[in-house]
Ligand binder design. Structure first.
Ligand code: SF4
Length: 361
């Protein structure tokens, strides 16, 4: 079995566990974030990535659609939300949503604000309309936070909401709205949003109904390393129970106008978070390098730090870009392929559920 050199000898016992397939503990997870041996950490994560996906890196030709920025909440990290009647506020009609589904895409990723008064039927109609007009396009829509909002706003059971959306054509759920599973951070930054237990409960229900989903962590603001590890272990626990998560996506906080910290997390912090996620989430099939938030250069390096998925071509993304993300507003297929190849990997085009469309060897 392969030997690795470590500058931080404290990582050696962890490496013994990783290569024997033994699960890491909370305290060991903390060590992953606290070590200064970024290269040693990356090598361990890359080992795990290679045992699972070889040199393959997945991507999907997709389109993000943010149906409204009207939101009843005002999360402390958000530059996207607007109140009704204020400049910049918008809401898309179902026809406008349909107009954004471009030919050739495999997946639409539909998320938005917590709209003050859209009835549940409007969400169902949106999903149904996309599904009917573009039956070959898989619909990944509505975070658990949005589902929680609809449920509370209209006093509808979550199970009923998810069942109706699935019947309308929903194929999976995105992982947003999780933020950080910490009551402390929640109280300070997003007190009105679904708490950890509710977010996990909604995903548990979705998985039981045959709706797979993703999971996220918003890092690089006021959260601590302990809170990051706790968050990852809570996801790992639910995945043990349901096996319904497809991918984990670390989301780098964008400073924008909210300025919770002086500057965005460094590339070093981005890579560390990707690698630690790969090592702790031993039951998650895929870890994404989300280029929209960390930029193309860091995302490309992350493919050697445990990530095996580049997300997608995106089209026009509004949420991170409202907070000043500097990545281009959409990466064409050819460019994403080149980026993966430049990282020494084999691009694999997939659909929303990780069925392989084409390998670009
Ligand atoms: S993060 Fe989402 S829920 Fe929070 S204010 Fe922004 S749009 Fe609304």
């Amino acid at each position: 079995m392969k030997e690795l050199d470590f500058r931080d000898g404290g990582l050696l016992p962890l490496w013994e566990k990783v290569r024997s397939g033994v699960r890491l503990t909370f305290e060991e997870g903390l060590l992953l974030f606290e070590t200064e041996d970024l290269i040693g950490l990356g090598k361990m994560a890359n080992y795990v990535k290679r045992t699972r996906s070889g040199e393959r890196v997945y991507f999907v030709v997709n389109r993000h659609i943010n149906y409204t920025n009207l939101c009843v909440l005002s999360c402390g990290f958000c530059d996207f939300a607007r109140k009704k009647g204020l400049p910049g506020a918008y809401e898309l009609s179902t026809e406008e949503v349909l107009g954004l589904v471009e030919p050739g895409i495999r997946e639409v990723h539909i998320v938005g604000g917590h709209h003050p008064d859209w009835p549940f039927e409007r969400y169902v109609e949106m999903v149904k309309a996309v599904h009917q007009r573009f039956p070959h396009v898989q619909i990944k829509a509505f975070t658990a936070a949005e589902i929680d909002h609809i449920s509370r706003r209209w006093k509808l059971p979550v199970e009923e909401i998810l069942t109706r959306l699935k019947e309308a054509g929903l194929s999976s759920m995105p992982g947003g709205g999780a933020e950080v599973f910490s009551d402390r951070v929640r109280r300070l930054l997003f007190p009105g949003k679904a708490p950890a237990e509710r977010w996990l409960h909604i995903h548990r229900l979705a998985h039981s109904l045959g709706i797979p989903s993703n999971a996220t962590l918003l890092y690089g603001h006021i959260e601590t390393y302990r809170e990051r590890v706790q968050h990852l272990l809570m996801l790992r626990e639910l995945q043990d129970e349901t096996s319904g998560f497809l991918a984990f996506i670390p989301l780098a906080y964008q400073v924008g106008e909210t300025k919770l910290v002086q500057r965005q997390a460094s590339a070093l912090e981005d890579l560390k978070t990707v690698a630690a996620s790969r090592l702790l989430l031993d039951n998650f099939p895929h870890i994404k390098a989300y280029w929209v938030m960390v930029g193309e250069a860091t995302a490309s390096i992350a493919l050697n730090f445990g990530a095996d998925d580049m997300d997608g071509t995106i089209g026009q993304e509004r949420i991170a870009h409202a907070a000043g993300a500097e990545s281009p507003a959409g990466l064409a297929r050819e460019r994403i392929i080149r980026l993966i190849k430049d990282a020494g990997k084999v691009p694999v085009e997939r659909d929303a559920l990780y069925h392989v469309i084409r390998t670009y060897s």
